[in-house]
Design a protein around this ligand. Sequence first.
Ligand code: ZN
Length: 237
Amino acid sequence: MHLLNRGCLLIFCFVVAQSSLAKVISTCYGTTANGRLEKGVKLPSKGKNFKAYSWMGQQLGRTYLHSSVHDILIAAYKSLEKKAPSKVFMYAETGFASGGKFKPHKTHQNGLSLDHMVPVLRGEKSVHLPTSVFNRFGYDIEFDLTGKYESYKIDYEALALLIGEIHKQALKRKLDLWRVIFDPKMTPSLYKTSYGEYLKENIMFSKKRSWVRHDEHIHIDFKVPRKSLDKKPASSL
Ligand SMILES: [Zn+2]
């Protein structure tokens, strides 16, 4: 083997070894409403078909979650690149690297909560919601019950597909979704899509109104094995 090739191979092996070493496994404690997280993983700012809701939110460390939930979401996006190549997605707030109180949210404390903006269409084109500091990074946007906000309309097909794909990716890892919070008055529109039957059979949508209306975003809580909050991690015993 040429010396240069051998050098490249060595560097390649080193990088592979480093990247597998860098694979972090998070641990979650307590509940989504009273919990914490160890070794939270930050979501990437963007990918081929997705991006974060806010640059500032990322800088403030508000896009960390449990490593398994991170992997589920990224794998779902990857799969959607093939299944729905014209669609774009935007995730929103998740939590802090170490979990804990995450105002103004009441949950998001142990790395198992994910907010995701609804995919939207402008005309026939899949676009991102216009998030900025002026609309509280998208959270102040109010859709009417027909799913319209200014020139945007909720892409229910893409939203149903996204939820279904996240669920499938969770099952692949022997995990599951606990619940999805979405405006109960708008959930029937999800059931009317091509993935409606799958959602009806597999996803528990909240039936009562949440403390804040979930029309511009959905909130997903994942089922991942947790440790109790008072239990000290083994390393600090
Ligand atoms: Zn939430």
